[in-house]
Design a protein around this ligand. Sequence first.
Ligand code: AMP
Length: 393
Amino acid sequence: MSKKLSVRDLDLKGKRVFCRVDFNVPLDGGEVADDNRIDAALPTLNHLAEHGARIILASHLGRPRGKAKPELSLAPVARRLAQKLDRPVAFAEDCVGAPAGTAARSLQDGGFVLLENLRFHPGEEANKEEFAAELASLADLYVNDAFGTAHRAHASTAGVPGILRPAAAGFLMDLELEQLGRLTGTPESPFVAILGGAKVSDKITLIENLMPVVDSFIIGGAMAYTFLKSMVHPVGKSLIEGDNLTLAKSIMQKAELQGKRFVLPVDHVVTLGDDDNYRTTANVDIAGVEAGADIGPKSVELFASVLASARTVLWNGPLGRFELEQFSNGTRRVGEALAGSGAVSVVGGGDTASAVRKFGLAERMSHVSTGGGASLEFLSGLPLPGVDALSDA
Ligand code: AMP
């Protein structure tokens, strides 16, 4: 991927800038419940304001599916953002048409307007040309700081930067590409990839793309049961992907042929019918009526021993059903081992990012990505339309 133009390179004074941000934040009772994503955009927003740009902010929120849904309005985000920036943030009740046009024209240098939810219009997700042109007509320049939606070819991420040039990356976008890029370039070895979560199928392309650079794969979460079953270990009622058993086996064979370690759990915390009824297994085998919900203590030790000598680590996917306290130990302990390992530690977004934040480990990681799907696709070697659309540096 060629290096992209940065917001730092733009001449901003008096220019209207269409800035795509990721303000897809959780709301609770009409207020912002978690402002991590707002905070992540502040360096770019402050830079734009300090350099005299007239800033038009655009984001999606939730899944309104092309219709205006008052409960998915970005109005509460505008209020929270104004507090954070300590400046007024105007709000346009529609992202196109008269409300957006009037708000954009009224901006002074250093002023902000946040447009209403882009996804209230079907043209956003469909990347409709007319819709992209309407958005583009509001501004002179384009900046994308929404790494979390960079894997989507939507009007605001791919259509608008095709029209508004130059199109630059914001600081968060730059940071994500640099940090995740460290893993696909020439990472310092030993490079360990910890993969977990629910499905093998979601991570196949990732495993294949990382195979040439990784020294060891550590596999936990429900994913592990498909691999264990393919080795004919009994996995009881654990979640597996029956269609992917042959594939799981061939991935492990490929790893072995290339001299890569493939580390699977050696014990488990299993449920016996319901979530309040659980036990730790003595070894890798799971009895007929039981279902694996977390890795066991011996697996934690094994995984921690691999991490102890690692120099670079990618972590994507929780190692158990960490949302429940009784199945959170594996994810928490392995997270602690990673935090204390001294390795460059990069955490893929989504559930894994929530887990490290929940366990108070985020500050101890080298980088916690703000993009779940986007980080997975980037590390899987897939194109990111939102990045490809930007001007080259
Ligand atoms: P993913 O979206 O693929 O990263 O999967 C994340 C989800 O996997 C989380 O919600 C976890 O609760 C879930 N998960 C992790 N381990 C297990 C397991 N052993 N059984 C069922 N679900 C799991």
